[in-house]
Design a protein around this ligand. Sequence first.
Ligand code: SF4
Length: 486
Amino acid sequence: MEIKTHHFKKVVKKEIADVSSRTFLSFLPPLFAALRQAALSSFPDPEGAQQYAAAIRAEVVARLPELLEEFERNATAHGAKVIWARTAGEANDFILKLARDRGVTYVTKGKSMVSEELGINDVLSEQGIEPYETDLGEFIAQQLNRPPFHIVGPAVNISLEEICDLFMEKAGMQEPTTDPVELGYAARLFLRDKFHHLKMGIAGVNIAVAETGSVMNVENEGNIRLTKSSPEIQVSIMSLEKVVPTMLDAMHIMRVLCRNCTGQNMSAYVSIDTGPKKKDEIDGPEELYIVIVDNGRSNFYFDEKAREALRCIRCGACLNNCPVYTSIGGYPYGWAYSGPMGQVLNPLLLGLDRTRDLYNACTFCGACRAVCPGGVDHPSLFLYYRSKDVEGDPAFKGVRPGRWEQAMYAVATFLMAHPPLWRLASRLGRPFLNRSARGGVISELWGQFDGWFRNRDLPAMPARTFHQRWKELRKQSSGTTGTTDG
Ligand code: SF4
C-alpha cells in the first residue's frame, strides 16, 4: 500500500466535501460506539474488565523481548517455523521467495492490518503472484485500490451501485443487482473457487500466546479460517506486540477485543493454530510459517513513553469515538492505521516528519483514551510527539519548526518574561487585532494566522486589560474601605 500520510490535509478537504462519506459517518461510528457500550455491559464489571486488559497489555510491553523468545521456542516446538523480519522488505522478501520456490501463482489472504503495513499485495502482484483478499470489505477495497475506510468495514462507505459495477467488471457477476445478499453471494462464488487446490494462504494474527506458541484469529466471515486451513502452506504475519503471556490472558483480550471492536460478546469464528497439521488431524496446513514483523518498532522500544503505543490491540473503539475520525473518515490518514490508533502508530513507524498533520489533528478531548482497552494515553502521546518534533529529535525524525515560527515564539517568550513590555505590547496590539473583529468576533487574521482561524474564532478584545481593571478595582475598594473606616 502506498503511504500517503503527507497528503492528509488535501484528502481531508476532499472527504469533507463528499456528501456520501459524511452521511455514512453520521451514523455508522456512533452505531458501533453504542453496540460497544451495550456489549461491555455484559461483563459483571465493565470498567474492571477494561482495566484488566490494559494491565495485560502493559505487562506485554514491559516484557516484550522475553515473551517473544518464549513464543518462538514454543511455536517451534510444535512444528511452526518462526521468521524474524526487521523491516517490511525482509518480511516481503521472505514471503515472495517462499511463494516462488513452491511454484505458487496466487494466494488467498485474510484481512490483516500488518499485511497492509507491509504492502505485501503490491509486492506479490508485481511479481506475477495474484493476492486475493477474501474478507468481503477488503476484497472491494482491493479491487478499487483504496486504503481501508474503517478497521471493521474497510469498504463500508462504498455504495451498492458502485459494488455492483465492480462485481460485473471484476468478479464475473452476470446480472446487475443492488441486493446486498446477492452481491455477497457473487463475491462468495468468485472467492470460493480460489480455495480449491490452494497452495498458500496468508493471514494476520490477532493474538499470539507465548506459553503455547499458538496464533489466534477472530473474524465473522469464516474466510480467515479457510485461508488458514485449506492451503498446504500457511503464512501468519504478526507485528511483534501481538504476543501475550498466557492462554488465559489471550482469552481475556479476545473477549475485550470483540466487545470493543464490533460490539459482539464473541466473534462468529475463532481459530487457534498451534503448529501445522498433526498426523491424526484431517485438515490444516502442512507447513506453518509465522513471520514476526518489527518494521521500526524496536527503534523506539528504548523510549518508555513512545512504546506505550505497542499496547494497542487494534479494536478500533477509538475511531468510533473520535470527533476527528467521525468527521473525515479513514482515507486522510493515508495508510493502514487510521483514527487515533493511526495517529499513535503511524508517527512512530513512519517518522514524525511524514506524519505531522496526523498527531497535530487532535482536539485533545480524550474520548479515545476513555474507551481504549489497551490503556493507550493518546493525548499524552500526541503531546510527546509534538515535543520531539520541536526538539528535532533525530531518533523520531523530528523537524524543528521553521524560522518564522521559531522567531514568533522567541518574541512571545521574551515579552511574557518581561511584564512591563508584555503589558505595553498587549495595549498596543489590542486595537490592532480588533480591526479584524466583525460583530464582536475575530474570525480571520492575515498571513500565517489565517490557517488557525479556519475552524476557530476569538471574541474581540475588551477595551481594557484584566490588569488595568484589577488596578482600578483595587483603587475603588481601598477608597471604599477608607470611607467605611473613617
Ligand atoms: S488505540 Fe486503543 S481503542 Fe484504539 S484501536 Fe488501539 S486498543 Fe483499540
